[in-house]
Each structure stands twice: as C-alpha cells, then as structure tokens.
Design a protein around this ligand. Structure first.
Ligand code: AMP
Ligand code: GLY
Length: 447
C-alpha cells in the first residue's frame, strides 16, 4: 500500500516510521529534509491508497474534503468535524450537547459581559481565543487583572485578530493532564495507549507553555479503566453528537483531559494526533498502524490496537527563543551519534537543508528524541543519552521529562502551579457573529 502523510513535523515523521514498519511505501508531503521520502508538492496531486493528515490547519481548511472529493481514502476529519479544534466556542457547544464533563465556561464577543462573568469565577482564570491563534491563544493565570487585560486585548482584535474576537472564558482546573488519542470511524472509536505531555518550557514546569517539550507513555497511574472512562464519557458521546449533526468523523479525536479531584474533565478536543504524544504512543504500537487507519478511514473500524509492554519517553530539543521568537539557521551537530544510540529514534521537525549538506534549525521544536525500553527509567535514559549527542548554538531541552515517574513518584504534574502563561494550540477562525452565551456546562444557569 502507498501512504501519503501530510505535514512536516516530528508527529508526521513518527507516523511515517510506524507505517513504513507495516511494510508500506510512505511519502511525506511536504515533510522536511530529515524525513525520508519527503516531497514538496500539493497533496491532491499525489497518488496514494491512504492519506493521513497530521496538523490541524489543513484539516480546518478542508484538505480532507478536497481529497475525498477526488475519491481518496483519508484518515482525518473534514472541515465540519475539524471545527472542534477550529472553534473552541463550537467545541464547548458540542460537549454540552453530548453531556461531556468540562470546565465551567461561557463565550463572549463583548467586553462588559465578559468581564462581569470573569469576576464571578474563582481563580485560576482561563481565557481562550475561539479561533486558531498560532499556538498562543490560551492564557491561564492566577491574576484576575491580567485575565481581564487579556480579555480586552483579545476581543479588540489587537492580540489575535479575528481569532480572538470571540473568547471563551473558563474556570481553571487543577490536576494531572492526560492525553487520550482515539481513532474514530464515524461511529466507533478505539483508544490508543495514554500519554502525558510536558507543556511548560522549563524544568520543574517553569516558564511559558509550549506545543509540548516532551512526553511519555504509558502513564503508570492511568490504567485501561480510566482510558475506558474517557472513551465512554467523552469520546463516544462527542462522536454521537457530531453524527447527530450530520458529521461523519473519521480521524483522531484527541481528548486533552485534566484528572481533577472530581474526576476527568475535558480541557480540549484536538482533531489530530498529538505532537509529541504521537512520538511516544506510535512506537509502542504492536499491531499494523496502516491497517487501523484504513479501517477507520473506510468507516469499518474493527481491530483493537495492541501495545507492547514497553515504555517510550520523548525529549524535544528546541531553539533559542522558542516559543516566542525561535532563532533559525544554526547547524545541527551530532545526528549520527544520536541515531546510533541503542533504543533511540530521532524525529525531525524544524530542520532545513544547510549550505554544506547538513541540517540547520528552521523552527522552534527542531528534533524530538524518543527512547524506548522495558521501563520508563530505561526509556528515559536512552532518550537523554541520544539528546546528549546533539548540539547547536542555543539548543535547549528539558532535563526532567518523565523524571517524576521514572523515580516512581506517584504524583506526576498534579501540582503544576497556576501561574500566568500563554498556551499554544487554540482553535480556528470561523466565529459566529453576535454574543454567544453558553450555559454552565454542569447545568447551572448562566449568570
Ligand atoms: P491545547 O491542548 O494546545 O489546546 O492547550 C490547552 C492547554 O491549556 C491545556 O493542555 C492546559 O494545559 C491548558 N488549559 C486549557 N483549559 C484549561 C483549564 N480550564 N484549566 C487549566 N488549564 C487549562
Ligand atoms: N502536545 C499537544 C498537542 O499536540 O496539542
């Protein structure tokens, strides 16, 4: 089978590696110079038996629809389903319809009622752009005045343009975060092994949020029962609510979950594999990924994914200035040595061809190194041994990915302090006009 993976980051590299392991011919469009079989071309011009679309932007823009209109088999939702990530306001509506537990929230287009609502919430406070905002659309803060300033900046259009002209304000939840990625075929869903992402830039969860500085799988505190709870109380009801709206959702539903004292709460749905979650979940897969994705794309998901009883830890290596203003053009050294480390796999993300045949940095998250091993401690050790081989001016990475878990600390990031941070990964740009007041999700009347 020939597979076309659309995208250019570490997640797409991991997809390509996993599907090549199934014996498939894989091309990655556009890919990057570190990913074999990368092709800079329009995906609609590619002949393939299966298309797998990695990032949210082309999904929100309807690439899956364009490919399906040409009779292609596609794993990835159409623009209608991708709106779940493209509009946080709409996502919250769907969650409310589906009865999925989430944070108390309301959406606004006007400053005065937004600020009034903000003051009714206990901190920490969360302010999200409705639309995609280049990874900076979510503010979580324990300073209500800062939250208020952010509301004004977003609604005025000065901070995020159209994407911010509708905001979702919600209560900040505390607990440990969990990523559950489910493969969906329109009606059925199967969960992949759970993963945990490290979103903050610095060791000890310091600094701003990022797209993800590392991840690990499995998550020892999260057994199959908890994954089933997420599937049964969040993913399947959402799929049914989409179906009731005439949306045939075939792709990943990625539930970003906060494990609160009151139980799991959905923070977000993403409409794609997580990055770097894919880089720890896919290497653990002990069955044929292409077969699973073909089944989902065809609307006939019937295989339960199987996972090896091992562990994977991914460490992201970023450039100076990431996430705000990443520097580009520095030569990447040590790739051969890193690749030679037993049990380590280097995934290429923000790289470009250098003048002398090598690679230079070309983006914030440049490389992600996944270590695999029989335990999280061993997987972690392998990842960090490979990372130690890599260098470029200003390269930085976290030193504590999965450290708490590997050291057998039962409370992962549960205590992440609610400080003021900007959070990537906000949704898209199709806000409806007018004030949209959503009721309390948990049934309270809007006040
Ligand atoms: P993303 O997954 O990129 O949409 O990022 C959203 C991130 O914002 C989550 O992973 C959390 O870290 C944070 N976040 C979103 N909503 C809340 C909330 N209600 N309470 C606390 N943190 C939140
Ligand atoms: N790692 C978070 C995301 O993919 O959105």
């Amino acid at each position: 089978m020939k597979v076309c993976v659309v995208g250019s980051g570490g997640r797409e590299h991991a997809l390509a590696v996993a599907m090549a392991a199934s014996g498939d011919e894989v091309v990655v469009v556009p890919g990057n110079p570190g990913i074999p079989a990368s092709m800079t071309t329009d995906p609609v011009e590619v002949e393939a038996d299966l298309f797998v679309i990695g990032p949210e932007q082309p999904l929100v823009e309807g690439l899956a629809d364009r490919l399906r209109a040409r009779g292609r088999r596609v794993f990835g939702p159409g623009a209608d389903g991708a709106r779940l990530e493209g509009s946080k306001r709409w996502m919250k509506e769907v969650l409310a319809d589906a009865g999925v537990p989430t944070a108390r929230h309301r959406a606004f287009t006007e400053v005065a009622p937004a600020l009034e609502f903000l003051r009714t919430l206990d901190g920490p406070w969360v302010v999200k752009t409705d639309g995609l905002a280049a990874g900076k659309g979510v503010l979580v803060t324990s300073d209500v005045d800062l939250a208020a300033e952010d509301v004004v900046a977003k609604l005025s259009g000065s901070a995020f343009g159209e994407a911010g002209r509708t905001v979702v304000i919600e209560e900040g939840l505390t607990g440990s975060e969990l990523s559950v990625l489910a493969l969906c075929d329109g009606a059925r869903a199967v969960a992949l092994a759970p993963a945990q992402d490290h979103k903050r830039l610095g060791d000890g969860d310091a600094g701003p949020n990022t797209g993800g500085m590392g991840a690990f799988s499995p998550v020892p505190a999260v057994g199959p029962d908890l994954v089933d709870v997420v599937l049964d109380t969040a993913v399947l009801p959402t799929l049914a609510a989409l179906s009731a709206r005439g949306i045939d959702y075939r792709g990943v539903l990625y539930a970003g979950v906060m494990l609160t004292a009151e139980g799991p709460r959905i923070l977000e749905f993403n409409v794609r594999f997580g990055d770097p979650e894919a880089q720890v979940v896919l290497p653990r897969l002990a069955c044929d990924l292409s077969e699973l994705l073909v089944q989902a794309a065809a609307g006939h998901l019937r295989t339960e994914p199987a996972f090896a009883d091992d562990a994977a830890v991914n460490v992201v290596c970023a450039t100076e200035g990431y996430p705000d203003s990443p520097r580009s053009g520095d030569r990447v050294e040590g790739l051969d040595a890193a690749t030679a480390v037993d049990g380590a796999q280097v995934y290429y993300a923000g790289v470009a061809a250098g003048p002398d045949g090598g690679l230079v940095t070309a983006g914030g998250r440049v490389l992600g190194v996944t270590g695999s091993g029989p335990s999280l401690a061993e997987a972690r050790d392998r990842a960090y041994r490979a990372v130690a081989c890599l260098s470029w001016p200003g390269m930085h990475h976290r030193h504590d990915i999965a450290a708490h878990i590997a050291a057998d600390d039962p409370s992962p990031s549960a205590s992440g302090p609610p400080i003021s941070v900007l959070i990537p990964g906000s949704g898209a740009s199709t806000p409806d006009p007018g004030i949209r007041i959503e009721g309390w999700h948990d049934g309270e009347e809007a006040r």
